[in-house]
Design a protein around this ligand. Structure first.
Ligand code: NDP
Length: 283
């Protein structure tokens, strides 16, 4: 089975569009784009397009790569205080002189729709549902759930322990929750016998950023494989899984592109919608 995140994301966006019509005002997402990183421009444009598709307000604030930390934090303060802003996303990576941890900590956690603020990460770890779950992990869980693939009791092996994918995904899938309840192994570049580990996975998630790294020998027959990786090679997007080799062994697999990427974008819309719902309730 091909797990077409693109189709699932589109149908979710239609549902969000209907929910949005029930709100007293349109949710508003503000993206901060610093410098001239070409991939960042592409990602922000995709997010803006998804917002437009559901009729959600979105704005992009473009700032010079040379912006000082103080000026950036002041700009974030203004957005934190604006009652008509529901979500603030700071597109990563930041220029080297800006510490992403410091910048993320400055966001109002109730507007941190990317879920990177330590408070939201802590809530995720504790299983508290009033925070925001980072979009890629939430997108993967939603993709599996919508595809009727249960995680309960399954051995999930995640390759890659970044703070935006691997670590929050492990925290999410290990929760005592009907859409989780997995047994999770989180692997990284220091893991011994990596392919022996991956070959025990019922659900294998590749999130390391090395194109076609996961070959057929690293995958159990009948496994579900989720490819998070996105690398641009000669203008084409390539995943971390060698799709041609691995797909015949799988029960289900995501393509790249059209798998996890669109789910990530849809979850940003979801989180912004939730933020607006919470904000409207509080007035
Ligand atoms: P990072 O570079 O932040 O993290 C990579 C992780 O992979 C690290 O934990 C690293 O281990 C681990 N790793 C690297 N090499 C190996 C190896 N040989 N064996 C085992 N583990 C290894 O990457 P991100 O998490 O930010 O992104 C990963 C990929 O996912 C990228 O291709 C990125 O473009 C893509 N991505 C896709 C998204 C989507 O929506 N589809 C969203 C976000 C990212 P260590 O910690 O030891 O260094």
């Amino acid at each position: 089975m091909l797990l077409l995140g693109k189709n699932i994301a589109n149908s979710l966006l239609q549902t969000y569009q209907k929910t949005l019509l029930t709100l007293p005002r349109s949710p508003h997402l503000v993206a901060i784009l610093i410098g001239d990183h070409p991939a960042s421009h592409t990602y922000v444009a995709m997010k803006e397009k998804a917002c437009t598709q559901v009729g959600m307000r979105s704005s992009v604030i473009k700032l010079e790569a040379s912006i000082s930390l103080l000026t950036l934090l002041q700009r974030i303060d203004q957005l934190n205080e604006d009652p008509l802003v529901d979500g603030i996303l700071i597109q990563l990576p930041l220029p080297p002189h800006l510490d992403p941890t410091l910048v993320m900590q400055h966001l109002d956690p109730s507007k941190d729709v990317d879920g990177f603020h330590p408070l939201n990460m802590g809530k995720l770890l504790l299983g508290q549902s009033d925070g925001f779950v980072p979009c890629t992990p939430l997108g993967i869980q939603t993709l599996l759930n919508e595809s009727k693939i249960s995680l309960a009791g399954q051995h999930v092996v995640i390759v890659g322990r970044s703070s935006i994918v691997g670590k929050p995904l492990a925290a999410l899938l290990v929760q005592k929750h009907p859409q989780a309840n997995a047994t999770v192994t989180l692997a990284h570049s220091h893991s011994r016998n990596l392919f022996e580990l991956t070959a025990t996975a019922d659900v294998l998630v590749a999130a390391l950023g090395h194109p076609r790294f996961i070959k057929a020998h690293a995958v159990k027959q009948g496994a579900v494989v989720i490819d998070v990786g996105i690398t641009r090679e000669q203008g084409k997007l390539v995943g971390d899984v060698d799709f041609e080799e691995v797909a015949p062994k799988c029960r289900a697999i995501t393509p790249v592109p059209g798998g996890v990427g669109p789910m990530t974008v849809a979850m940003l819309v979801h989180n912004t919608l939730v933020s607006c719902q919470r904000r409207c309730k509080n007035y």
